[in-house]
Design a protein around this ligand. Structure first.
Ligand SMILES: [Zn+2]
Length: 414
């Protein structure tokens, strides 16, 4: 089956010329072709070019006219927690009243609140609600995403979450990666015995998850009040024996040492980074680890934004993700992340687009097949409403310029 998309006003390929990410100044080049065509064969990109080289429509089974519209790769959301049992709007109101994330966590709110609710919820119920959230994300432009465990905090309940992730993978047309985040918080039964909980992760959870092949990656919340760099290292070393590559939550609440732990263990990504200094930037320079910013969390918690300009000016790459979760970022809408990146982090629309697509794909280990519109890669893309320039997408914040989402060459119908 061959499909032709033609008379595209602006086609942003985000081509990195077969490299797997873009860094620093390169991110200003999002591979724009004006007045373009793109063809898809059997779900993959077959070719792209200017209309002066457009193949004849007669060669195709379907022809889509894209006059006045923009086409760019689907968003690759490399950091979500969409498997959860209940929303936490009560804490949202507590925050309006002035309580901090740390204070809410100390009161038994936060992650432990989600854990208590998740333990009381069946796998089927978790699957149904996560599936609905995932479909909403795809409908708003996300064509690949990662999902973490971390609200079970017992072997049985962490396995339950990862089984839900496996069911999402087989129920949706998009690529989904699953991450074991047993070290998200210390559950109440291990209060005062954090070392005992780390033992449980290393000795029981990791072997059980590996035996069923339920996780692609491992993650640790390496931050003040959560897990130390030493505990994180121990978990990552144990996970490496099962071939699980790390992705780290680092430097959200404090300068935690998490970035250095991630780099030392060749993490695929280090995420959050709201509080980093030149020292963390220097550590990242000599690594293959992708820094990932989560501006939805900064917005929702009113904490600092990741210093994106400092990262790009150091010639580093950057990815952007939603951090969709019930406590600190209850939205999986990457269009809003696009706006926040431009407005609050001062990224140019082209830089933000690269961070939302190709670099996000790298942070999930799928940049060889997704994240840009290059021949051979998946036909995953967004077709906007009529728009004159890419900047219109983040400019109309909260408005939704996405008209159609195509996944492997098929229009997503929800
Ligand atoms: Zn997170």
């Amino acid at each position: 089956m061959r499909k032709l998309f033609r008379n595209i006003h602006q086609l942003y390929t985000v081509s990195a010329h077969s490299r797997l990410f873009k860094a620093g100044k390169e991110m200003q080049d999002a591979g724009l072709i004006s007045n373009a065509w793109m063809s898809i064969q059997d779900g993959n990109i077959e070719g792209v070019g200017g209309m002066d080289t457009c193949p004849s429509a007669s060669e195709f089974q379907e022809v889509v006219e894209c006059k006045n519209r923009i086409v760019f790769p689907g968003y690759c959301d490399s950091h979500t927690h969409i498997i959860f049992a209940a929303t936490r709007e009560g804490e949202f109101v507590d925050k309006i009243r002035g309580l901090s994330y740390e204070e809410i966590a100390k009161r038994g709110g936060g992650i432990l609140n989600s854990a208590a609710r998740l333990r009381a919820t069946t796998e089927d119920e978790l699957f149904d609600t996560a599936l609905a959230r995932a479909k909403e994300m795809i409908g708003s432009g996300t064509t690949a995403f990662e999902v973490k465990s971390g609200y079970g905090l017992s072997t049985k309940d962490e396995l339950k979450m990862l089984k839900v992730a496996a069911r999402l993978k087989s129920s949706l047309p998009v690529t989904i990666k699953s991450t074991f985040l047993g070290a998200h918080a210390v559950p109440p039964e291990y209060k005062g015995n954090q070392a005992g909980y780390v033992d449980l992760i290393v000795q029981e959870m990791l072997p059980a998850i590996a035996a069923e092949g339920l996780a692609d990656f491992v993650d640790v919340f390496c931050d003040e009040g959560f897990f130390t760099p030493d505990e994180s290292s121990r978990i990552l070393e144990a996970a490496a024996k099962y071939g699980l590559k790390p992705k780290i939550h680092a430097n959200e609440l404090a300068v935690s040492g998490g970035v250095q732990v991630g780099v030392r263990h060749q993490a695929l990504s280090v995420d959050h980074l709201e509080r980093i200094t030149e020292i963390e930037v220097e550590a990242l320079k000599h690594s293959s680890t992708m820094p990932v910013a989560l501006p939805g969390t900064s917005f929702f918690l009113r904490i600092p934004y990741t210093p994106a300009r400092m990262i790009l000016d150091a010639d580093l790459p950057l990815a952007l993700a939603s951090d969709f979760n019930p406590g600190s970022s209850p939205s999986g809408n990457m269009n809003l992340i696009f706006s926040l990146a431009c407005i609050q982090m001062r990224l140019l629309p082209e830089e933000a687009l690269v961070a939302l697509t190709l670099n996000g794909a790298y942070a999930m280990g799928i940049a060889e097949t997704e994240g840009s519109l290059e021949p051979g890669k998946a036909g995953n893309f967004i077709l906007t409403r009529p728009a004159q320039d890419l900047a219109v997408v983040p400019y109309y914040y909260g408005f939704g310029m996405v008209d159609q989402v195509w996944v492997r060459g098929e229009k997503f119908q929800g």
